[in-house]
Design a protein around this ligand. Structure first.
Ligand code: SF4
Ligand code: SF4
Ligand code: SF4
Length: 372
């Protein structure tokens, strides 16, 4: 048996931190926080964020320590919160390089925020689905009005401060058939790095994909269309991040994205109250590790919740190990190999369509090598 990519107990961690838990100023139709009260202010306490930063810096053996500030909408924590984290990081992280990432819906980004991010070297990522007709279909305000205009304002504020953030774009049913419009929208708006994700949610009452969901074959068709546009453009300054990672893996490079490396164990989620669980893709009750206020990262990784998660990752990898695409897929995103209804694991629902995508990308690379 080949070695697993899964360490027995990790020596590193890149936590995804839900600084305000589910609280958000948008009400995206596909948001997994839909069933919760998203208007209730719920910021992480000073005590919790201090414990989190101190224990993470202590735990990570590397010189670089990553924190990803996430939501809900992380800007709702307020600028004082981020000024505080910088002070704590300065206090405990003197010998390390701290890297702060923040993933925002961009609607609240003002010049003041943009200047703050620039000054403190935050790696800003924005969540934008595409042009107004796509964005406004599902990324809406509590009034159900579209968020596109606010997003454009936020993006411009960042760009005025020389921040050109990468975007995460969710492919919904409105996106299907519109790959070109979406790609051109991002280029027109100087967004040069795009990560494309699928909207695929299971309705717990039926166990079937929700009406908003894009099926695996539809998502792959979208990815192939946008891949061809990007590949034909042949502009190294533009990246479709998840597809570029596949190209890198296929030509013998080292991919870094979780879904291309199988390193799901690196990205546990930390809720505003300090509760820690597996990746954000899983309900925390399924893989509950403990609380950062009471435990070290070593104890959290040694918890029954993480041992079960690790074992499930390993079993998932073992099912896929003989696949010709294993080195660039590692069993694909685990989210699609786990039922949120029965909580059982199964073969990845996106497997067959992903194989088609991998085959297409490899054929395009081979054609170049063959001089085609
Ligand atoms: S911006 Fe994010 S957290 Fe807020 S409603 Fe939309 S998907 Fe949910
Ligand atoms: S489950 Fe999916 S999203 Fe989560 S870390 Fe693994 S590949 Fe990434
Ligand atoms: S393509 Fe399918 S079988 Fe191959 S590694 Fe990915 S999920 Fe597993």
């Amino acid at each position: 048996m080949q070695n697993s990519t899964l360490p027995v107990l990790p020596q590193a961690v890149m936590p995804t931190i839900k600084v305000v838990s589910s609280t958000c100023n948008l009400r995206c139709h596909y948001c997994y926080y839909n069933a919760l009260d998203q208007s209730r202010p719920n910021p992480m306490s000073t005590k919790t964020v201090t414990n989190l930063i101190k224990k993470t810096i202590e735990f990570v053996q590397d010189d670089y320590v990553h924190f990803t500030w996430h939501g809900g909408e992380p800007l709702l924590a307020g600028m004082n919160f981020y000024e505080h984290i910088l002070r704590i990081q300065e206090l405990y992280g003197k010998k390390k390089t701290i890297i702060n990432g923040i993933q925002t819906n961009a609607t609240l980004v003002s010049d003041r925020w943009a200047s703050f991010f620039k000054k403190h070297d935050f790696r800003v990522g924005v969540s934008i689905d595409g042009p107004p007709m796509i964005q406004n279909a599902h990324r809406v305000l509590p009034s159900q009005g579209g968020s596109s205009r606010l997003v454009q304002q936020g993006l411009r504020a960042l760009q005025r401060h020389d921040i050109y953030p990468p975007a995460i774009a969710v492919v919904t049913r409105e996106s299907l058939g519109n790959a070109r419009k979406i790609f051109q929208y991002f280029l027109r708006n100087h967004v040069r790095s795009i990560h494309i994700k699928e909207c695929y949610e299971i309705d717990p009452s039926t166990g079937r994909p929700t009406a908003l969901s894009v099926m695996p074959d539809e998502f792959t068709a979208f990815l192939i269309e946008i891949f061809d546009m990007w590949f034909d453009l042949d502009d190294p300054s533009i990246s479709i991040r998840n597809l570029e990672q596949l190209v890198r893996g296929l030509v013998g490079g080292e991919p870094s994205l979780c879904e291309a490396t199988g390193k799901c164990w690196l990205f546990p989620v930390v809720e505003a109250d300090g509760t820690v669980g597996a990746c954000d893709s899983f309900p925390i009750r399924d893989y509950h590790f403990g609380n950062i206020n009471e435990m070290s990262w070593g104890d959290l990784f040694a918890s029954a919740g993480n041992i079960r998660f690790s074992e499930n990752i390993r079993q998932n990898e073992d099912r896929c190990r003989s696949c010709e695409w294993f080195s660039i897929c590692h069993g694909c995103c685990l989210r699609h190999a786990h039922s949120p209804v029965t909580h059982e694991w199964h073969h990845n629902l996106f497997c067959t369509s992903k194989k088609r995508l991998f085959g297409h990308i490899k054929a395009r690379i081979d054609a170049i090598h063959a001089g085609g």
